[in-house]
Design a protein around this ligand. Structure first.
Ligand code: SF4
Ligand code: SF4
Length: 243
């Protein structure tokens, strides 16, 4: 079974945003949202020795994904190939996974009210194509492949050339998006956009955000059902009387 990974070369990336545009078009991402984001770090240093970095961020298909742990409905799960998927038919839009993700890789679609995120273009992989962001990258800064394949670009970049994971001592969830290029650029990106510790909600908050609305909806449905039955009975009773 393949174990998919992506490598982005931060030195090659020119921040053209072609990957974001291609991804949004491929997956119908609504305006103002993105599955793949290109973010620039603040400029650091003093003139003329200035430096800045570019961070291309997306779901990392983590080895130990806290989003899967946080999902109360089973909508978020991880396949044997490592890709973390969202079953939209099971998603209840509670947003727990958004809080749990250290990389802010998810959003709730304002139209469908369901969670969406990068899945390495799983549907494209299944028909033998590469992810849309990889094929459209104008600077050829993105590489995609199987970490189990010793001949793949990603295998060489991760195991021979030392591409790095964006992890800290506090956040170690095993991201499978790696970053290659100058160490100084990776350091700037890590300083500007460090992953945050996963936030898994306490029982009280879970009650107010998921269980309570569900219980209220169930109680409401029961009440409406009983009211309809009552009025039906009244109507039938009137009919009987008229007969
Ligand atoms: S990056 Fe976030 S959404 Fe993606 S697998 Fe990791 S925790 Fe889940
Ligand atoms: S919004 Fe809730 S149900 Fe949907 S994927 Fe996230 S945690 Fe699961």
């Amino acid at each position: 079974m393949a174990r998919y990974a992506m490598v982005t070369d931060l030195t090659k990336c020119v921040a053209c945003q072609a990957c974001t545009v291609a991804c949004n078009a491929e997956w119908g991402v609504p305006a103002g949202y993105a599955r793949t984001r290109v973010r620039s770090t603040p400029i650091s240093g003093t003139f003329p020795h200035l430096a800045s970095g570019v961070y291309v961020a997306q779901c990392n298909q983590c080895d130990r994904p806290p989003c899967v742990e946080a999902c109360p409905s089973g909508a978020t799960s991880q396949g044997a190939n490592g890709i973390v998927e969202v079953d939209k038919s099971l998603c209840i839009g509670c947003g727990f996974c958004l809080d749990a993700c250290p990389y802010d890789a998810r959003y709730i679609n304002p139209v469908t009210k369901k969670v969406d995120k990068c899945d390495f273009c799983l549907a494209r992989l299944e028909r033998g194509a590469e992810p849309a962001c990889v094929t459209t990258c104008t600077a050829h800064a993105k590489y995609f492949g199987d970490l189990e394949d010793r001949h793949s670009d990603v295998f060489k970049m991760v195991y021979a050339m030392g591409a790095r994971r964006m992890e800290t001592s506090r956040v170690r969830v095993g991201p499978n998006v790696y970053y290659a290029g100058e160490q100084a650029r990776a350091d700037l990106v890590m300083a500007a956009f460090p992953p945050r510790p996963p936030r898994l909600l306490a029982a009280g908050e879970a009650w107010s955000r998921v269980l309570k609305p569900l219980v209220l909806a169930a109680v409401g449905a029961t009440f409406v059902g009983q009211a309809v039955a009552f009025f039906n009975q009244l109507r039938n009773g009137e009919k009987d009387f008229e007969d």
